[in-house]
Design a protein around this ligand. Structure first.
Ligand code: ATP
Ligand code: MG
Length: 353
């Protein structure tokens, strides 16, 4: 029996429905070349589904995907459904119920892409953001006192458990061992007086378990400046939910474009399937025209295969993307070309074959 993977597919809305088939096309090409097979199980959960059923996914949706090896997600969200409903009822539910507590975003400048940072090339920008994705600043603890009076007072609590803090830090150090052995912490212990000294302390404690990995920390404000001025300083960057969120958009932006960046929502215990998607959204402004860039989705496919242990296939997909981009192959309009989504996807699949 060869290696076979069951993948749940949620193409979602807008350009998600256009780029997911290109991601599948390239993963299929990799499967043929590297001798494994993929069974795709498609789910039409989306804002269209919401219009028909009054919810984004069936009640037992999470159970339907729990047994798969991974989830391949396009984009979710459309103007007919408020963002907080579409996100909460589908993506956040999957993240929460599948314990996907790591949000992983590579910031790597591909060959053939121009960084907005003048003079930087592919050797300078190659780092990964590890974001704590289960608690922290994005809590619902707090409230409003004396509402509507001049004394109005708003309190929003952040929640950091030792369990969640240690496990994300450990993930970052483990990841660094597979890369360039360096972890940088985003902190703000000079301003956030209880929580961030705690992060500093846990960071030092976990770092002591990894003497072979270089550990350093930066306050979030200067860290954002360093991303722009010294992207070559970074390998793995770890932060709380809020800091990680901010860095997760900045990182891919310095690496060229949010439109080509991938993202993983990971359960490192491998109890549940992890979920892979492009960073971009459903892009209603260009949906239905066949012009969306499929690279973010294709690169997310490479991340998915890496997570499944198909390292060679993952590397080969990344190389195929870079080959097409750096050898003048078809590229979409957002990258200054004129190719459509399908043409751009086929070129990468052909380069892989
Ligand atoms: P969300 O809130 O769902 O994360 P958003 O509404 O903030 O997303 P996107 O849907 O990502 O943003 O779109 C932002 C801009 O980037 C839009 O102008 C869109 O057309 C463009 N864009 C996004 N993804 C792509 C892509 N794959 N190819 C080309 N352009 C894209
Ligand atoms: Mg949006």
């Amino acid at each position: 029996m060869g290696r076979n993977y069951d993948i749940a597919v949620i193409a979602g809305d807008g350009i998600g429905k256009e780029v997911v088939p290109e991601g599948q096309r390239v993963v299929e090409a990799a499967a043929r070349r590297f001798g494994f097979s993929v069974d795709w199980k498609e789910h039409d959960w989306s804002c269209d589904y919401y219009a028909r059923h009054g919810r984004m996914m069936p009640e037992d949706g999470v159970e339907q995907v729990r047994g798969s090896h991974a989830i391949f997600l396009g984009a979710v969200g459309w103007p007919n459904v408020p963002d907080h409903i579409s996100t909460w009822d589908l993506i956040l539910r999957l993240r929460r119920e599948l314990n996907l507590y790591v949000a992983l975003r590579p910031a790597r400048l591909l060959k053939g892409i121009t960084s907005p940072l003048a003079g930087r090339d592919a050797k300078d920008i190659d780092f990964v953001i590890v974001r704590e994705n289960s608690e922290g600043e994005y809590s619902s603890a707090g409230g409003i006192l004396y509402q509507g009076t001049p004394e109005e007072l708003v309190i929003q609590e952040s929640v950091f458990s030792r369990r969640a803090t240690d496990r994300i830090l450990r993930y970052a150090f483990e990841l660094a061992r597979t890369r360039r052995n360096k972890v940088s912490l985003a902190t703000k212990s000079n301003g956030i007086k209880i929580a961030m000294p705690y992060w500093d302390e846990r960071f030092a404690a976990v770092a002591a378990e990894y003497p072979d990995v270089e550990a350093n920390k930066f306050h979030i404000d200067i860290l954002t400046a360093h991303f722009v001025n010294h992207p070559d300083w970074f390998d793995v960057v770890v932060g709380s939910n809020l800091f990680g969120d901010i860095l997760s958009d900045l990182g891919p932006a310095v690496a060229g474009s949010i439109g080509i960046a991938p993202s993983g929502n990971i359960d490192p215990t491998r109890t549940n399937p992890s979920m892979f998607e492009p960073v971009h959204g459903s892009a209603p402004d260009i949906a239905g025209q066949g012009i969306a860039n499929p690279i973010g989705q294709i690169w997310a496919g490479a991340m998915m295969l890496e997570h499944l242990g198909e390292l060679e296939a993952a590397r080969a997909i990344e190389t195929a993307i870079e080959t097409v981009l750096s050898q003048g192959g078809p590229r979409t309009r957002d990258l200054g070309g004129s190719a459509g989504t399908i043409e751009a996807g086929k070129a990468i699949a052909d380069a892989l074959a």
